[in-house]
Design a protein around this ligand. Sequence first.
Ligand code: ADP
Ligand code: ZN
Ligand code: ZN
Length: 734
Amino acid sequence: MRYALVLVNIKQLGVKTFSYNIPPEMDEKIQIGQPVLVPFGRQGLVNAFVVGFTEYVPDGIKIKKINKILDETPLFSIKYLKLLEWVANYYCTDFVTVLNAAIPMKLIEKNAKTEYSVELINNNYSGLTKRQCEIIEQLKSDGKCSLIDFESRAKTTRATMKKLEEMGYIKIATEYVYRNPLTIFKDVPIEPLFELSEEQEKVYHGIKSKLRSPHPLLLHGVTASGKTEVYFKLIKDVIESGKNVLFLAPEIALASQLTKRLARKFGIRDVAIWHSSISDGEKYDVWQRLYKNEIKILAGARSAVFAPLQNIGLIIIDEEHESAYKQTNPAPRYDARVIAHRLAQFHQAPLLLGSATPDISSYYYALNNNNLFTMLKRYNNAQLAKPEVINMQEYGKASYRGIISKPLQNEISEAVESGKQVILLMNRRGYSTYTQCKSCGSVIECPDCSIPMVWHSDGKKLKCHYCNKELAMPDFCPICGSDALSNSGSGTQKIELYIKELFPQYRVARIDSDILTKKNAHIELLNQFQKKEIDILVGTQMIAKGLDNPNVTLVGVISADTGFSVPDFRASERGFQLLTQVAGRAGRGEYKGKVLFQTYNPDYYAFQSAKSQNYEKFYETEIKARQEFDYPPFSKIARIILSSLNNYRAEKSAMEIALRLNTMIDKFGFGEHLEILGPSPCIISKINGYYRFQILIKNKLFQKGHDFISKFLNGITLPKDIKMAIDIDPSDIL
Ligand code: ADP
Ligand code: ZN
Ligand code: ZN
């Protein structure tokens, strides 16, 4: 007797597996990966996936029957489940958590048809109702086609849509026969690939000779050296050999840009995009096409490592140093680079990493495995702008309220007056940094988190950047009652306002995560900036990456010190990367670029290397420090966070676990190779009312140490009031 193990997604229970009887008529057809319908308690019939088979079920349980196979085409294979199982083991989390992150559960909810693909046919709309006009307007602003979510709107929308179709204004495609939006773009002729330059050609052949390496290959090329064109040539070869390519970018905006570029070179029918915010219909569509091997190139953000691309011949991870490849919260806290490596091994395909500022560990491994390829010149010898440093100790006081120095002001107006565009980086959102009482010195903190609240002039509120709590500005200091509260420091909002005040005649816009209340608002602004509708773009690190606008001649960093002082072993690396990346936005075309860093610490080493744009020099200093203190790549780090609403309880459980861990380590004689740090309060010691303590494990035994640690962690049971988060290879330790 064989039973099916199915995975069910239930509101109160979350995602879980249960056993079901297989009716005889289904026995031949049923397969792993199929979506099915099963009876579930009082909920009636619910959607589920077949994830396995079992011969045994616990005694005394009444087994119900599978009601229906919703779709005989499976959505994933056993091999795919094996990969997820590996991920669960590696990240010390359970299989279902990984499955839930990997497979969009909405995929199986086929009865909930919520989306339509709509094409605008006629846009002369005299005589239409207001609602009808609104819909047409939306279609127009989204381009030729748009998705209308009927569930989130009034029922009448559906009627309106039908009416519009009857009147010949639009054409509605069938429900869920949703075509990847790329195929709805105008089918433009395919552009030929560029002839590679001598340097590119050399790197291309170098990479070709290493495609069988089991270790990642790394292409270190300065910004605009033409890495992407090298990738394209490699992609072409892979596709011609009949295999497929997975191409990851660190975030959605970059993935979208990349997809367009790929579609122009390889044709829209072979290219698809995958990231967390494509719509459910689109996910369903792309997923099926991937599974049926109808897509040759999949571009996407980190979650695309879980998309079921078949027959992979090459995986490329661009801007591989970006921490966005690591999911920090919630679990699974996976790193797309680690999974991609596994996936590549699975398919016996090469993994190619690329960056202008590689991750220190990636560089170290590539160097030692002889898998490093370098391009140190920009394509066509365009000049890399050498950043100049403005020492704010000299300029800060005398100039414009100490925020934008006189020299930077002058450069800004010179650039804009000559029709060029400017990027100003301020890597902190909000208006100010903190609000302080001038009489007793206390800083206003979030009542639930141990960090200062940040004043936002936009909504006239104090906001917590961790839990999003908002408070009105108090009239009096909560500690001493004085009314001398003042905002100090600056964030993007303040810079934006200052710039607008300074240059009322220029068009200024701001990009940071606060503007993301509207989905993809930043993509819209970036498009406007590309079209020269914005003169000055102020923003956080969101504007430092990927922007390829040849009309940008000036990049100013308002406070280049921000970031270097964070108490994390990667602070210098991150600071260096950010400054180098943002500097790379200047002078990408025929116009010479200029980069200005405002700083209070002009002598700091990471800062000096960023200034000279010298990655090797930075690497040499940094790798020595890593070795001295046993940080990655000389160890692997596991981080355990214990948290509780009760400070004492959190600390106590952290201490108990650390003690047990130390005892075990001694018992196994691993003392020299597994170093325990803590427990200590996390640097952000309270978030959302939860007190947080952390234990860091520096593991110098690598795989063997990892196995030991995960075994130990799997054996832990905790009281209900204590939460444990395990972060393997954490991207930060705050
Ligand atoms: P990177 O990926 O290193 O930042 P890109 O590949 O985007 O650099 O190249 C920067 C610019 O130079 C792009 O506009 C690209 O089209 C152009 N370019 C690069 N290589 C070539 C080439 N061989 N022929 C013509 N244009 C090129
Ligand atoms: Zn006070
Ligand atoms: Zn908070």
